[in-house]
Ligand binder design. Structure first.
Ligand SMILES: NC(=O)c1ccc[n+]([C@@H]2O[C@H](COP(=O)([O-])OP(=O)(O)OC[C@H]3O[C@@H](n4cnc5c(N)ncnc54)[C@H](OP(=O)(O)O)[C@@H]3O)[C@@H](O)[C@H]2O)c1
Length: 294
């Protein structure tokens, strides 16, 4: 794979993917809708192309000559707005409409490979059991349109499709990491679901490395999360220790995909590509090395 075009290239994961793929020797073009996005991409050393991600013809031009397209488009609202269903409308639109336009444009540009971002929260509650990519999917809530994006990438594109089901992104610029830290400083947990529920989490730099791995792995669907996903209780204990409080007050019980226990296994991607997470993000991200809690 030589020439890679990335949609969603200016976001939290997109920026890291651009950096990672350039470092791996690929020629990278980022799709952007703004002059600021162009500037950011060029500063990273990538080419920038302006395109409307809802318009197949516009995307077809952007994908011309590409070997692979990587779709990292999301529009996730900030933590304080997440409870309002209307704050997810743009995210639903990029996951349903833009993912379809991208798959069709990649097909008509005769791209060999399409990598589509998805989320690991799609699985039914598995309790303590490990969940691989064949485990029952329950979807629902904000995961419903991630599953639509997966389907679009598999069904509207005839080349090799790789779906990456990412765990919860953790890092200094992740909104949920910052929100968890802020709540912890006030003594509160923002964990959704019971203390014993497993939570697939993922360091943002490991997510970017998985995108590079997706360019060499066989077509298919892959979970991408900590090798040993922590429970909510483990995450909260590490967070409490980092901010110097004894224990965090639990949150009121909630419903939805994030309340389910999801002990997700990422072994398939490790076996297929050699990718392995360098950090157990859910518990280790709060440590001094990452300066998150400092
Ligand atoms: N697995 C996970 O846990 C997960 C996954 C995704 C996001 N998140 C979280 O969500 C928060 C926001 O993520 P983010 O900062 O990357 O921003 P974002 O708003 O999710 O945007 C991501 C990318 O999609 C592009 N985009 C969004 N809507 C678009 C539209 N209507 N048309 C064209 N392009 C569009 C953005 O371009 P522009 O730069 O032009 O806006 C950007 O390149 C972060 O806290 C992140 O950690 C978590």
């Amino acid at each position: 794979m030589n020439k890679i075009v990335i949609t969603g290239s200016t976001g939290v994961i997109g920026r890291r993917a651009v950096h990672e793929l350039l470092a791996a020797g690929h020629r990278v073009t980022g799709v952007t809708r703004s002059a600021r996005g162009r500037e950011r991409l060029e500063r990273l050393g990538a080419r920038a192309v302006e395109a409307d991600v809802f318009d197949e013809a516009s995307l077809r031009r952007a994908f011309d000559g590409a070997d692979a397209v990587v779709n990292l488009l999301t529009h996730v609202p900030s933590a304080d707005r997440m409870a309002d269903p209307s704050s997810w409308e743009e995210n639903d639109r990029v996951r349903t409409e833009a993912s379809a336009a991208i798959a069709r444009a990649a097909q008509s540009a005769r791209v060999q490979r399409l990598v589509q971002e998805s989320i690991a929260f799609v699985y039914a509650d598995g309790g303590d059991a490990w969940l691989d990519e064949d485990a029952p999917v329950a979807g629902g809530g904000v995961t419903t349109t991630a599953l639509t994006a997966e389907r679009n990438a598999r069904e509207l594109f005839e080349g090799d499709t790789v779906v990456l089901r990412f765990g919860l992104f953790m890092g200094p610029d992740s909104g949920s990491t910052r929100a968890a830290l802020e709540a912890a400083r006030g003594g509160a947990s923002i964990a959704v679901g019971p203390p014993g529920a497993y939570r697939p989490t993922l360091w943002l730099d490991d997510a970017a490395a998985a995108i590079a791995a997706a360019l060499r792995a066989p077509a298919g669907t892959y979970n991408v999360a900590d090798a040993d996903p922590p429970t909510n209780a483990e995450i909260d204990a590490a967070l409490a220790a980092a901010v110097g409080v004894q224990a965090l007050r639990p949150r009121a019980p909630q419903d939805g995909p994030l309340a389910r226990s999801q002990r997700v296994s990422s072994r398939r991607l490790r076996d297929a590509s050699g990718w392995a997470p360098r950090m157990r993000a859910g518990t280790e991200i709060w440590g001094p090395a990452h300066r998150i809690a400092a």
